[in-house]
Design a protein around this ligand. Structure first.
Ligand code: PLP
Length: 488
């Protein structure tokens, strides 16, 4: 035997396996305890910008530190600066929900640490991804043609979809780019004024230009005016622009409104444009048969993005892009020469489906979560959240000091405090800002705001599995008490 140079791994810590077991035990206890009672913390911490940074050394440690010290500092420095998305009172932006099956899967994903760029770099990762995404296709009641790929975020899914859309123009943009081409008119892409900023960002990244992301106005229910979209396309064509895609949103970020997807699909098939549907949040609601009518026409989309990491028990990050023509994605992104391109019959290499080469094994968490709760279990939570939002809306509607600003289609309520005798928008903004400060200062709830038609409004976005009727009742009571303390 003697000195075998291979016997010492390049890990600068001895007995790491034993240390790991002990640390994992304590982490698993910490997680279970935290998971049962995230409300032991303030939802938004009592910290100011810079508070965390000043507790951290500005230079990296030169020598190894004990894991116990690191865990201690995690509790002492990091946890007090966490905004607790797991808190049942987190109703800002989109309340999201992870799950313990998700924690288990993430742990195993970290342990396996595989890269699913090619089929052969981990056959299980690729094939499981294909299978769970077909489950999701079925859960959304989409036709068989849709095939899926997992990305990190909706922003990236949309970028990838619009790159594929651009490729369908067949103007050698992949090879020649867009700049300095006298043979190519400026490209145009259409979405509503309520669309997510990721559409515009995709336009920036793809060289379309922010000004060529045309914002179509929306109606009093915040849905895109389809006629105006059709007209804008006609006018642009006359002016020499090159329209290539329309993005409809099914569940907008501000109000969760749904664009008239069927009408947009009609326009796109008439004009031969790519229809991308952004259902990053709303997609989860399409699991409910009673909500499906709202999504009518989505089956005619060329691509759809849906984020399980928003409202489907899945830890961030996990976004699903479903496309009718995976070949176009490959045309846009594959850097394998044409003579090596694989047929549908052969194994999938997901590196050909998007920007990234390296890919995490995210399919594993979807598999754990969908199996552990079942589709019915997932539906149950989404349905309950929609019920809570209706309940909260009914309270807002029945109190004349408050005003609801948008229809409550899913689990988000947009409203504001609006005492009858006050019409000045500036004053209303001040009153609602003070109300928001009281709510968020409580440590029990966390809401965010938006501006709609010049009105400053509050949003209650229910999406955490822990949020129950008890919490929204307490929130409503708190709001009623707070407005009593606000000086008009
Ligand atoms: C949240 C959201 C996005 C962005 O999602 P990321 O995954 O954070 O990029 C895009 N569109 C809509 C409608 C959203 O609600």
């Amino acid at each position: 035997m003697g000195n075998n140079i291979f016997s010492t791994p390049a890990i600068p810590v001895e007995n790491e396996a034993k240390e790991f077991e002990e640390a994992m035990d304590s982490i698993s206890k910490w997680i279970s305890e935290y998971w049962q009672h995230p409300e032991q913390f303030r939802v938004f911490p009592l910290v100011h910008p810079g508070d965390i940074k000043k507790q951290l050394p500005s230079v990296p440690p030169q020598s190894a530190e004990d894991i116990s010290m690191i865990l201690e500092d995690f509790n002492r420095v990091i946890v007090p600066g966490i905004t607790h998305w797991n808190h049942p009172g987190f109703m800002a932006y989109f309340g999201t929900t992870g799950s313990l099956p998700g924690v288990l899967a993430e742990t195993l994903i970290a342990a396996l640490n595989v890269n699913s760029m090619l089929w052969r770099t981990s056959p299980s990762a690729t094939e499981l991804e294909e299978v769970v995404l077909d489950w999701i296709r079925q859960m959304l009641s989409l036709p068989k043609d849709f095939r899926g790929v997992i990305t990190d975020t909706a922003s990236v899914s949309t970028l990838v979809a619009l790159a594929a859309a651009r490729e369908t123009l067949q103007r050698n943009i992949r090879e020649l780019g867009l700049a300095g081409r006298s043979d190519l008119s400026p490209l145009r892409l259409y979405c509503s004024d309520q669309a997510h900023s990721s559409i515009e960002k995709a336009g920036i990244v793809l060289g379309i230009g922010q000004n060529n992301v045309v914002k179509i106005s929306s109606n009093d229910q915040f849905q895109m005016n389809a006629d105006e979209c059709a007209q804008a396309i006609q006018e642009d064509k006359q002016k020499g622009y090159l329209p290539f895609a329309v993005v409809g949103t099914a569940g907008t970020t501000a109000t969760t409104s749904v664009d008239p997807i069927s009408a947009l699909a009609d326009i796109c098939s008439r004009e031969n444009l790519w229809l991308h549907v952004d259902a990053a949040y709303g997609g989860a609601a399409a699991l409910l048969p009673e909500k499906r009518e709202l999504f009518k026409g989505i089956e005619r989309a060329d691509s759809i993005v849906f984020n399980p990491h928003k409202w489907m028990f899945t830890q961030s990050d996990c976004s699903v892009l479903l496309v009718q023509h995976p070949d176009v994605l490959k045309q846009a992104f594959s850097l394998v020469p044409a003579y090596l391109r694989t047929d549908d019959g052969e194994a999938t290499n997901f590196m050909d489906w998007g920007v990234q080469l390296g890919r995490r094994f995210r399919a594993l968490k979807l598999w754990f979560i969908i199996r552990r709760y079942g589709v019915e279990g997932i539906r149950k939570m989404i349905r309950e959240h929609c019920r809570l939002a209706q309940l909260f809306s009914s309270w807002v509607d029945s109190d004349e000091r408050f005003e609801r600003i948008a229809p409550t289609l899913f689990s988000v309520v947009c409203f504001r405090y609006h005492p009858k005798n006050i019409q000045d928008e500036k004053i209303l903004e001040r009153l609602n800002t003070e109300l928001l400060q009281a709510i968020n200062g409580s440590g029990e709830f966390f809401l965010s705001t938006t501006v709609l038609n010049g009105k400053f409004i509050l949003r209650v976005a229910i999406g955490n599995a822990r949020t129950s009727e008890y919490h929204i009742r307490r929130l409503w009571e708190f709001i009623q008490k707070s407005v009593g303390n606000i000086k008009l």
